[in-house]
Design a protein around this ligand. Structure first.
Ligand SMILES: *Cc1c(COP(=O)(O)O)cnc(C)c1O
Length: 462
């Protein structure tokens, strides 16, 4: 199994190489050269299996020779052992034909734990075998950073540094980054906004002396291993609603297009998915694009669903690659146009996208109203991201096909918005109820490349 770049100019890599590399050298994103297939019999055989065994069977064909079966089973077992629910990704019913896939039972209460916990264990095994260490640096608006720190804390082969915008993440998100005591994880509060964090991260990757000196690696959502981990719960949930005998649709609260792209991979593998519905907040570049208005950047407007406040969805490049018939040159040209504002999608590619994807958007008021209405009708308290999904799902769904909306975070991660909408302040689950009492460890840092690089070089353990 080889991985190729969406821009067609980088060398093909194994799964392990693509995972450790992240971004391809031509600026593209790695995708599998061919998408493995699961037959209706293979899919039917998933019924009743544990989440871990389903994960093994769905992901195994993508791994090639990078890990043995025993190694891979152990990795999966360790990745999900810290989840607070035996089903890992339980499905609850909201209304006739409408289900909620709860992806917030991991250690940091957002779906990013599914991928990050797995990638932490994959990195550790691969790097120990190679006798190598890496330094992972990430930029976060909140959820990615806490998931990464939780996944890599205490591991031997990695140091992790997370840049977050000082004063602009929720208190729960901040505490999840600053309270782990392990020496190899570091939270850096940057004097700037999220765009500054991302810009400094990019500067570090472009500073080749620094990049090679500290062996810089990335775990942002363009890493294919993260996408792969998310494919699993599309299978587990669809099978529990009757796949492969019955079609299902999914609505996915979307920012960087990583989570919903995993659904596209599941569909291409053979899972009978009818519609994949992209749900956006007021930052709706994807909804505009999928309704034929082109892909043009605007201003990011802060919202109550901050993990979806994004203008450029990095993983959308992967969907474009398939929509353009796997033509790397066409994708490279679109990405050039994007750097100066945006592009229009060709008619053929638009038709290909519409075969799988639909879209909708929710305003701030609609999001708050959906939290209140869903609590009243079903007793479920939604986080604002999940509420965007539920609103769009209700508006777009075909009642003859079961709809599964992904609940991407626990309401206690965004208590202010949830309280404003519902009057209820959601408590943290008991296993992390002392989060507000644990001591914090954080380094406040200038928005300055040299200062950040000097700090990192001084802190790494080997
Ligand atoms: C990251 C995140 C999203 C968006 O997921 P993408 O894969 O970036 O589309 C949605 N909701 C929550 C809570 C998140 O943390």
């Amino acid at each position: 199994m080889k991985y190729i770049s969406t821009r067609g100019q980088a060398p093909a890599l194994t799964f392990e190489e693509a995972m450790l590399t992240g971004l391809a050298r031509d600026g593209g994103l790695y995708v599998p050269e061919t998408i493995p297939q699961m037959s209706a019999t293979d899919i039917a055989a998933l019924a009743g299996l544990s989440y871990e065994e389903t994960a093994f069977r769905v992901m195994r064909p993508f791994i090639g020779d990078s890990f043995t079966d025993d190694e891979f089973r152990d990795i999966i077992a360790r990745a999900y052992a810290g989840f607070g629910h035996a089903a890992r990704a339980p499905l609850v019913q909201l209304a006739p034909g409408h289900f909620l896939l709860e992806l917030f039972h991991g250690p940091t209460l957002a779906f990013k734990d599914f991928a990050m916990q797995l990638i932490g264990q994959l990195f550790e095994v691969a790097l120990k075998r190679r006798g190598e260490r890496v330094t992972i640096v990430g930029a976060t608006s909140g959820d990615t950073g806490s998931a990464a720190i939780e996944a890599f804390r205490g591991l031997d082969a990695v140091d992790v540094f997370i840049l977050f915008p000082h004063g602009r993440v929720s208190e729960v998100q901040r505490r999840q980054m600053t309270t782990p005591a392990d020496a190899n994880v570091h939270a850096l509060a940057l004097d700037g906004d999220f765009d500054d964090c991302q810009a400094r991260l990019k500067d570090m990757f472009n500073d080749f002396a620094f990049r090679d000196g500290v062996r810089l690696a990335g775990v942002n959502s363009i890493n294919f291993a993260r996408v792969l981990a998310q494919v699993v719960y599309y299978f587990s949930s669809a099978v529990s609603l009757g796949a492969p005998g019955r079609k299902v649709s999914f609505t996915v609260p979307t920012g960087n297009f990583g989570d919903i792209f995993a659904g596209y991979i599941a569909k291409r593998m053979g899972l009978p998915i009818d519609r994949l519905v992209v749900a956006t907040n007021q930052n709706d570049i994807l909804h505009r694009c999928l309704t034929g208005q082109g892909y043009f950047k605007g201003e990011t407007i802060p919202s109550i669903s901050p993990s979806m406040d994004i203008q450029v969805s990095s993983n959308f490049e992967r969907a474009l690659f398939y929509a353009y018939g796997q033509d790397g040159n066409a994708v490279a040209q679109l990405m050039d146009e994007l750097s100066t504002g945006g592009f229009n999608v060709s008619q053929g590619a638009m038709e290909a996208l519409r075969e799988s994807f639909s879209s909708g958007r929710a305003s701030e008021e609609e999001t708050l109203a959906t939290i209140a209405a869903t609590l009243k009708s079903s007793g479920e308290l939604l986080c604002p991201h999940s509420a965007v999904g539920v609103k769009v799902a209700e508006e777009t769904r075909d009642t003859s096909v079961p709809m599964i909306t992904l609940a991407t975070a626990h309401p206690a991660k965004f208590p202010d918005a949830v309280e404003k909408a519902s009057g209820l302040r959601p408590p943290l689950p008991p296993r992390m109820a002392d989060l507000y009492d644990r001591p914090e460890r954080v380094c406040r840092i200038d928005n300055d490349l040299v200062a950040i690089e000097t700090h990192i070089k001084g802190q790494i353990t080997a």
